[in-house]
Design a protein. Structure first.
Length: 216
């Protein structure tokens, strides 16, 4: 049966998080298709992984046989994250926009799992891996909007996951999520509600399609 790796990185609980609501819809539809499958879940906000440090990074470029005991211990923890990712048939990532980019906890996870010569580069072990990213944001950064140039979530993740890793990346983008709470955005509430409903529907549909594909 297929294995889904599900990552959430929102600071907020599901009741107050647009990205968590959409990843939950995706996961529910996925589990309906694969009731006997496996879902490995990481809440990177509740249980953040360590930031990459010099010791762990240097171990990634050294021959394992030459690792110091400290390097070996640090690299072993990194390998757990890498192997968990490599074992997945599909990946689901909740990536809300904070200050124009991804949460630092998600960046820390990515720094740990991006291992040149293994998961990144021309011979990536993750080539072709389907990854669905729920990229929620309080406003709109779509092409043609005033803040188009400030979009560093989709652009960054596409560059890293698609170009460096070779994964197949798909985005679901619930936007204008702050409309209901910001009086200055009151006239955008209908658009925000429509965006949310579309994102939830897209999540369920993409989950069904992807579940059928990896099970084939």
């Amino acid at each position: 049966m297929a294995t889904l790796l599900h990552l959430d990185s929102s600071l907020f609980p599901a009741s107050a998080s647009a990205s968590r609501a959409v990843t939950e819809a995706f996961r529910k539809a996925w589990e309906e298709q694969h009731p006997q499958g496996t879902v490995n879940y990481r809440d990177l906000s509740a249980e953040p992984v360590p930031h990459l440090d010099a010791l762990t990074a240097s171990a990634g470029f050294a021959d394992p046989a030459a690792h110091t005991p400290e390097q070996a211990a640090a690299f072993a923890e990194r390998l757990k994250l890498v192997e968990e990712l490599e074992a997945a048939d599909a990946v689901l990532i909740g990536a809300p926009m904070y200050n124009f980019t991804i949460p630092s906890t998600l960046k820390a996870w990515m720094d740990q799992v991006l291992l040149m010569g293994r998961t990144a580069g021309p011979d990536s072990t993750l080539k072709g891996l389907p990854i669905v990213v729920v990229a929620s944001r309080g406003g709109s950064y779509a092409p043609g909007t005033p803040r188009e140039g400030y979009e560093y979530v989709q652009n960054y993740l596409r560059a890293v996951l698609a170009d460096m890793v070779g994964a197949e990346v798909d985005f679901i983008v619930p936007e204008l999520t702050m409309a209901a709470a910001n009086p200055a955005m009151a006239d955008l509430v209908p658009l925000a509600e429509a965006s949310r409903e579309q994102a939830l529907a897209d999540a369920a549909e993409k989950a069904k399609q992807l579940a059928a594909r990896v099970a084939a």
